[in-house]
Ligand binder design. Structure first.
Ligand code: NAD
Length: 418
């Protein structure tokens, strides 16, 4: 990568681009570009050998105008305050574009979890949960998993919160295991919405996704599920990658077999059925119909965008395309389905989980998938309506036009306090 965009500045420039097309005062736009508050905390945790280690952790509550703050908790060595702020902002506009009654938040710990034992990770997670307890709650702020966190961490956070608050409140966190109050369909939801949105985009362009060739960057939860589901629609997944590198097969890979290989060996490289191994940059610039970036932010910068050959990009990851790259891709007529819609399946099914927790009544996987399908299709239609009505340069600005207007309306209707 030649340029490392600051994700918080990327978020702000996306809001500025939408601001030109919405009926919102400049001073309200200013509010919508900054988090309401950010917790920065240092956790001192005992390691297995008895020594103490310090970890810096963040929770950003970006906007609560439409409902409780909502967003994941990430464990990664490159977590920064600005990254967490940006991710919390994207959550605000994500919950708004899919029109669910939640706001936006995000958290993270600066840590490489691979370097710690399970019991150390449990103590680190519980230490963070203790710091979070006064600011989270079913009607306040509802965390969820993100990169390198999953059901295990969510269960620890829920248990710490419930113990400290002397209550049972499964809706304080989503992404839980089913037996701890999780929802059917949550694990697959992000990859599912990425593929539903891509299918709608192909349809909008008068094409059939079944005929598409596909490359997927990142083979974790979001990437592998997207690969599997797009394959189920008849498309051909020709390339996938993870942090170890990429693999390519002209006639298509079998997404499930690649996943089984990764489960066995820890990475996708070395998979013997592939024609060849490729670099991550090679994958992103393959001549495919659909590209799904499902790793981390800033995967595609302006230089790399010049070489992108895909016709459609569906952003499973958050912020994988820099604003400068967005301009290059728009000039090349590459259709980009923005992250705040494409990967909104995760938060949408988190919302269903929260609803089920509150009602203490649980839905079937079929119901979850049907409700998700209709929300993503309706949101895609709202996006394309704005795209056409405002004659916008790309789908991303259209998504922000819809969502910024919704958040601003909620703020303005409530009035200011004090
Ligand atoms: P994950 O940890 O399960 O998977 C991440 C994958 O990316 C891994 O396969 C890893 O090897 C790979 N990766 C890391 N660096 C890479 C690189 N430089 N090149 C290629 N691959 C690389 O995480 P996830 O839950 O799948 O999340 C992936 C992205 O999707 C993140 O941006 C996350 O914020 C976003 N997202 C996830 C969810 C969710 O519900 N899981 C929801 C919304 C958005």
């Amino acid at each position: 990568m030649s340029e490392e965009a600051n994700p918080f500045e990327s978020l702000q420039s996306q809001i500025d681009a939408a601001a030109e097309h919405v009926d919102v005062d400049e001073d309200v736009i200013e509010r919508l570009k900054h988090p309401e508050r950010v917790l920065e905390t240092n956790l001192t945790v005992e390691m297995d050998d008895g020594s103490l280690e310090r970890f810096t952790a963040f929770r950003s509550q970006f906007n609560g105008d439409r409902g409780p703050y909502k967003g994941g908790i990430r464990y990664h060595p490159n977590v920064t305050r600005d990254e967490v702020k940006a991710l919390s902002g994207w959550m605000t506009y994500k919950t708004a574009i899919v029109d669910i009654p939640l706001g936006g938040g995000k958290g993270g710990i600066i840590i490489d979890p691979a370097e710690y034992s399970e019991s150390e990770l449990e103590r680190i997670t519980r230490a963070f949960a203790k710091e979070l307890t006064p600011m989270i709650g079913v009607d306040r702020d509802v965390p969820a998993p993100d990169v390198n966190t999953g059901q295990r961490e969510m269960n620890w956070i829920k248990d710490t919160y419930e113990t400290l608050e002397n209550t049972t409140e499964p809706g304080v966190i989503t992404g839980k295991a089913i037996d701890s109050g999780g929802s059917e369909g949550r694990v697959e939801a992000t990859g599912r919405s990425t593929v539903i949105a891509a299918r709608e985009a192909f349809d909008y362009l008068g094409e059939d996704i079944a005929d598409a060739t596909v490359a997927v960057q990142g083979y974790g939860n979001a990437g592998w599920i997207a690969a599997k589901l797009v394959e189920d629609l008849g498309a051909t997944v020709v390339a996938v990658s993870d942090s170890s590198g990429g693999i390519y097969s002209e006639d298509g890979l079998d997404a499930r077999e690649v996943k089984a290989f990764k489960n066995e060996t820890g990475s996708i490289t070395g998979y013997s059925e592939a024609d060849e191994e490729i670099s991550n940059d090679d994958l992103l610039t393959l001549d495919v119909d659909l590209l799904i970036p499902a790793a981390l932010e800033n995967a595609i910068d302006a230089d790399l965008a010049e070489d992108v050959q895909a016709d459609v990009i569906s952003e499973a990851a958050n912020g994988p395309i820099t604003p400068a790259a967005d301009e290059v891709l728009a000039a090349k007529d590459v259709v980009v389905i923005p992250d705040i819609l494409a990967n909104a399946g995760g938060v949408t099914v988190s919302y269903f989980e929260w609803v089920q927790n509150r009602q203490r009544f649980y839905w079937s996987e079929q119901r979850v998938n049907e409700e998700l399908e209709s929300i993503i299709v309706d949101s895609f239609d709202a996006l394309t309506d704005a795209y056409e009505e405002c004659d916008l340069e790309n789908f991303r600005t259209a998504a922000y036009v819809v969502s910024v207007q919704r958040v601003a309306d909620a703020f303005e209707q409530a009035g200011t306090f004090p």
